[in-house]
Design a binder for this molecule. Structure first.
Ligand SMILES: Nc1ncnc2c1ncn2[C@@H]1O[C@H](COP(=O)(O)OP(=O)(O)O)[C@@H](O)[C@H]1O
Ligand SMILES: [Mg+2]
Length: 244
């Protein structure tokens, strides 16, 4: 699905991505973890086609990413909801922009809000929703556009511990429910181990290590010892990379 080949990115004179190679299979999830400032957001923006690489390239299904791709959905930490639109209107936004017909919008928006347990809040404005609820609307808004690739940038970082776990559970459910590939960047070890089928450790603009995660897919894994041993391994690899 995704092939990153010799990816470089510079902001002015600062080299941020320094030669990244990574393959991500279709219908898998990949968690990219690394400390603040290591270039995760920059990498995700290159995957989304929002930033143009300074060198190398990103291929999605064999095609070089040269701009925003219709089938790529992006969820950011700040969810980007329009404050003057209700949950329903915000969710329908992408479909309306694409000129979808009204009955189709009705059906898909209602299905997505239901899937994210937000149908009962459909008439609320973003300011009347909690942080977790706002993120769920942002996810619903992306799902209705039927992406095959979902990119998440610290999507749960602003949430409290319990809401964070709820949203992570929901994301796992969505991964199984929809035919998507999921790439998430995070600085949270537990999140990477819960949501990443493959866990990529990043440090200073490079990939340091990759772990295939045997725990992935078990929604009850957090209460099992295996979960903590993978977390410990990720922590160790981060430390080895000199990034912890
Ligand atoms: N718009 C920008 N202009 C200049 N430098 C930037 C910009 N955005 C990010 N950077 C720098 O690039 C580096 C990587 O940033 P970023 O990709 O946001 O890291 P992360 O998401 O891992 O925290 C940081 O040193 C940051 O200061
Ligand atoms: Mg970031």
């Amino acid at each position: 699905m995704i092939d990153i080949e010799g990816l470089y990115f510079n902001y002015d004179n600062e080299a941020v991505l320094k030669g990244l190679d990574l393959h991500i299979d279709a219908r898998s999830t990949c968690a990219i973890i690394g400390p603040s400032g290591c270039g995760k957001t920059t990498l995700l923006y290159c995957l989304a086609g929002l930033l143009k690489p300074s060198g190398g390239r990103v291929l999605i299904n064999g095609e070089e990413v040269k701009g925003i791709r219709r089938k790529t959905g992006v969820i950011l930490q700040t969810n980007g909801l329009l404050p003057w639109k209700r949950a329903w209107g915000n969710t329908a936004l992408g479909m309306k922009a694409r000129g979808c017909d009204k009955a189709e919008i009705q059906k898909r928006v209602s299905d997505a809000l239901k899937e994210l347990d937000m149908l009962s809040h459909k008439d609320k404005f973003p300011a009347q929703l909690s942080g977790g609820q706002r993120q769920r609307v942002a996810i619903a808004r992306t799902l209705v556009t039927e992406p095959d690739l979902l990119l998440l940038d610290e999507a749960t970082a602003a949430l409290d511990a319990i809401t964070k776990e709820h949203l992570q559970n929901l994301l796992l459910r969505i991964y199984y429910q929809y035919p998507i590939t999921m790439v998430l960047v995070t600085h949270n070890i537990e999140e990477a181990v819960f949501l990443g089928q493959s866990i990529v450790i990043m440090g200073e603009g490079r990939i340091r290590h990759r772990i295939e995660n045997p725990c992935f897919g078990d929604k009850d894994i957090r209460s099992k010892p295996e979960f903590y041993s993978i977390c410990a391994e990720v922590r160790k690899r981060l430390a080895e990379g000199g990034v912890l």
